[in-house]
Design a binder for this molecule. Structure first.
Ligand code: PGA
Ligand code: MG
Length: 232
């Protein structure tokens, strides 16, 4: 039988990237004469990638009329350049994330990352933090022609890792992740410590966890077997 696959979201799930996201965002906002954002604002802005993050930050200051396609493209370049040059910056794995990855790898699970970060930012970040060696696939927002909440971003990540969507699980922090997993009919565990502007429990994930220590092999097996029951 194909090994089960555990797919992790990146920003707000595996890694606390808010300090660096806000620094790079503020580099852009200030360059355009806007007020800087605060780290807690990332909860409202993150989840759909850097472009949407910039749009949401401009909207929050009622300056979205400033964002022509060209201005947005220029700001996105500025964001990417600033972000890339500071990797890994102050970003760190959330408490228990590294142990959880080890636990699943040692139990024979395939590990993958499915993120709305650009792939060429996600890879150096995961590499810089030493998290990439266990990962069979890293798929960013531009890896395929579609991205979360499109379920194919998740199912193609699983395929890339050599897995089967009927034996897979997503761990995420936002509405985007939960919507993606539901559309793909894949169980989803939501972390409560990430970047969501509403309590994740209200978004109806299969489970919520407050710490990675709660992401046990027994819980993951239980969620995967619920799929096998449905398939019978
Ligand atoms: O930073 C974002 O907007 C999205 O990144 P994530 O999909 O890894 O949460
Ligand atoms: Mg996230």
């Amino acid at each position: 039988m194909v090994r089960p696959t555990i797919v992790f979201d990146l920003d707000g799930t595996l890694v606390d990237t808010a300090p660096d996201l806000v620094d790079s965002l503020n580099h852009c906002l200030i360059s355009h004469g806007l007020q800087p954002a605060h780290e807690k604002d990332i909860r409202h802005f993150a989840g759909r990638g850097a472009r949407v993050m910039l749009q949401r930050a401009f909207e929050a200051q009622e300056r979205h009329a400033d964002l022509s396609e060209q201005t947005l493209a220029n700001l996105l370049d500025l964001f990417i350049e600033h972000y890339r040059s500071h990797i890994p910056g102050r970003s760190r794995p959330f408490s228990g994330a590294v142990d959880a990855m080890e636990r699943f790898a040692e139990a024979g699970w395939t590990l993958a990352v499915c993120t709305n970060k650009f792939e060429n930012l996600a890879r150096p970040l995961l590499g810089g933090l030493g998290l990439d060696s266990r990962l069979a696939a890293i798929a960013g927002s531009d890896t395929f022609a579609y991205r979360k909440p499109d379920p194919r971003h998740l199912t193609d990540t699983i395929a890339m890792a050599g897995g089967n969507p009927r034996r897979s699980l997503l761990i995420g922090d936002s509405r985007t992740d939960i919507d993606t997993a539901k559309a793909a009919a894949i169980p989803v565990v939501a972390v409560t410590f990430g970047y969501s502007d509403v309590p994740v429990a209200d978004l109806d994930p299969d489970r919520t966890i407050d710490h990675f220590d709660e992401l046990t092999l027994a819980l993951a097996d239980e969620l995967i077997s619920s799929l096998e029951v449905q398939d019978r």
